[in-house]
Ligand binder design. Structure first.
Ligand code: BJW
Length: 296
């Protein structure tokens, strides 16, 4: 049982929030936990017997694309059937109130965009479950795709959620030709347009964030015209363990540029980038209640 944050802490945070013009929010998987989407490193972070991290690599895809597509097809289905929660709404509302707010979203589930977060004020750092690209980089195909299932061979059974998640129910072995094939080169497989381990964040996104941090008013990554330049006043670390780089490094970068930092996590990290420093705020507890309360 986590005690609620004190009135005094909420008051000092709110005063700073009201004064803040430029705010960077680093968003992680815990934001969507209240919408029923499992986090990566918490309970439910395993799909069948695999950790997400074992499947979120190019090597896993090259070795067993049938397995990896079944994993992503399931997660697309899960995200499409989930409802955004009150914390997604509160962040979108804050973005609308503060033209100098930018969300660096590590989540690929699309829930932030579904609540109307202004598209020029969010960067989906790790890509999207609802974009696909050709696995042959030279081809260059990259497009939105919301089909559920993504291809008939991955069709959903009556008890799909059970069949596809229970490790003792064997998975189908789907032939290459029945997996999503690139419509442009008509040869290579499509893959999810997400950033797997060992892959680089797309250069336009990384440099867009760097420029925003440096005080630029034009955001290259979102093509947004941010009317508010200058230093970063506030960094919100929202439901991320901040162990994955380069995302985690934005916390220290904002700190160095004079921003005050507020953590909204389930537990207080003992080490690493998510460890609060003196002068930070650390709000612990259920994001779907705390975030709307703090960002009012
Ligand atoms: C709740 C809750 C509840 C829980 N209610 N809250 C520097 C140092 C060390 C390593 C590296 C480094 N630089 C690069 C690396 C390597 C690597 C890396 O960071 N590894 C670390 C694990 C050590 N990084 C990369 O490979 C990156 N690429 C790169 O750097 O390229 C350059 C390069 C190229 C070639 C060679 C070397 C370098 C790419 C990283 C891409 C990450 N991709 C993933 C998968 C996306 C696709 C998919 O989903 O399938 O992105 S990994 C996964 O982790 C996903 C997430 O976005 C990301 C972050 O996870 P997040 O959001 O923090 O989730 P959790 O679960 O960890 O935390 C949830 C939080 O919620 C917790 O705080 C809980 O308290 C809270 N919570 N339950 C409310 N019920």
């Amino acid at each position: 049982n986590i005690p609620p944050p004190s009135e005094e802490m909420i008051k000092s945070f709110t005063e700073h929030l009201i004064r803040s013009k430029r705010i960077l929010a680093l968003i992680g998987a815990g934001l969507s936990a209240a919408s029923g989407i499992p986090t990566y490193r918490g309970a439910g972070g395993f799909w069948r017997s695999y950790s997400d991290i074992q499947l979120a690599t190019k090597t896993a895809f090259d070795e067993d694309p049938s397995l990896v597509w079944q994993f992503y097809n399931y997660r697309r289905h899960q995200a499409l059937t989930a409802d955004p929660n009150s914390a997604h709404h509160a962040l979108a509302e804050l973005a609308k109130r503060k033209p100098g707010f930018l969300a660096v979203n590590q989540n690929i589930d699309g829930l932030c965009r579904r609540v109307g977060h202004p598209p020029t004020q969010i960067i989906d750092l790790h890509g999207s479950l609802f974009r696909v690209k050709c696995s042959n980089e030279a081809c260059g195909y990259n497009a939105e795709d919301y089909n559920d299932p993504i291809t008939p061979a991955l069709s959903l059974t009556k008890d799909y959620d059970n069949d596809v998640t229970k490790a003792d129910i064997p998975l189908a072995k789907i032939d290459h030709t029945d997996l999503p094939i690139c419509p442009l080169c008509t040869d290579a497989l499509l893959r999810p347009a997400v950033v797997w381990f060992g892959e680089s964040i797309p250069a336009d996104k990384a440099s867009g964030i760097d420029k925003w941090l440096a005080g630029d008013t034009f955001n290259q990554a979102t093509a947004g015209l941010d009317s508010v330049g200058g230093q970063v006043d506030l960094m919100l670390v929202v439901r991320t363990s901040a162990v994955v780089y380069p995302a985690a490094a934005y916390i220290q970068q904002c700190r160095k540029r004079g921003a005050r930092v507020a953590f909204f996590n389930m537990e207080v990290a003992a080490a690493g980038a998510a460890r609060p420093e003196p002068g930070d705020w650390s709000f612990q507890g259920d994001a779907s209640k705390l975030i709307p309360q703090a960002l009012r």
